[in-house]
Design a protein around this ligand. Structure first.
Ligand code: GTP
Ligand code: MG
Length: 195
């Protein structure tokens, strides 16, 4: 898809109602700092339209990016951010769950996992939660530039086993630095719009 326009159109805080939209929605979930906003920027061909940060907990709202007036990228707040109180974590968890339940337009959920590490208990919970809500998430193994090529298969296997995902679950390596994996991710999104 050629990117003609991107626009941060809807920002939902803890107390906002989840909007009902009339466009395909694609959501990005994953723990804080895993690279959700960086992936969204890479897909939009923008350097820093979605705000990123080296300290976790940057995105604290649900952000809807309108792409070409055709679809939304939905940037979800990261989970597992230690500095947030238990009460706030719970509110966010509920809001993400409400979004998963309510959205009529959600076609793909990308669940981002750092390619270097074994999935955490939170990652596993998120994966199971997504599956419980009837979605088949696509796993993006982020920060691919941080491991050597030869380690790729081993790390993908570690992620698959750690999540308890079967072989039908796609796990796609991606690097926001080298942009490796970006074309494959776009192919998947584009396939939603083929007749
Ligand atoms: P929250 O909004 O806090 O949930 O984080 P996020 O998942 O949106 O992460 P973000 O995109 O802000 O990236 C977090 C940090 O990781 C930043 O310092 C990014 O530059 C870095 N980062 C993201 N993707 C990559 C990658 O593919 N490779 C490397 N080396 N660094 C990355
Ligand atoms: Mg973010």
């Amino acid at each position: 898809m050629v990117i003609k326009s991107v626009n941060l159109e809807i920002v939902c805080g803890i107390t906002s109602t989840i909007p009902i939209t009339d466009k395909v929605e694609i959501a990005f979930a994953g723990k804080s700092n895993v690279g959700k906003s960086s992936l969204i920027n890479a897909l939009m061909n923008r350097k820093s339209y979605a705000r990123t940060s080296s300290s976790p907990g940057k995105t604290q709202t649900i952000n809807f990016y309108n792409i070409n007036d055709l679809l939304y990228f939905v940037d979800l707040p990261g989970y597992g951010y230690a500095k947030v109180s238990v009460a706030v974590k719970e509110k966010w968890g509920k809001m993400i769950e409400k979004y998963l339940k309510k959205s009529q337009q959600l076609k793909i959920i990308f669940l981002l996992i750092d390619i270097r590490h074994e999935p955490s208990a939170n990652d596993k919970n998120m994966y199971e939660w997504i599956v419980y809500h009837g979605f088949h998430p696509v796993i993006i193994a982020t920060k691919y530039d941080k491991i050597s090529r030869g380690q790729k298969d081993k790390h993908i296997k570690m992620i698959r086993n750690g999540l308890g995902a079967d072989n039908s679950t796609k796990i796609m390596p991606f690097s926001a630095l080298s942009k490796e994996g970006r074309d494959e991710i776009w192919e998947l999104i584009d396939s939603l719009f083929e007749d």
